[in-house]
Unconditional design. Sequence first.
Length: 116
Amino acid sequence: MTYTPEAHSAFLWTVIGSPWGLLVIWLVLINLVTFFVFGFDKWKAKYKEKHETVRRVPERTLFLLAVIGGSVGALLGMRVWHHKTLHKSFRFGIPAILILQIVIPAGLYLYWNVIR
């Protein structure tokens, strides 16, 4: 027996119940987390000038957050917080990750649904 939701909550159950909905929820959450981690690291960078014991977020972690879906949040975090904008690895790497995250699924979609 399946649950059919009422009209007022149908949209939420439709989104949560589908694989695409879960993907959208994941992307929203990981991008929010990535955005705020960039801001937190920027705050730590400013705070560290006064205190030597403050540990920063490793660059590897910032890249990992972008790779697992937070590339838009990383780009927004770089712009809003003015963080890591002078590092060539971030300035070119984060947009490259975003481009790959768009091109690879689009290419797979075209291959499986149009070309093949």
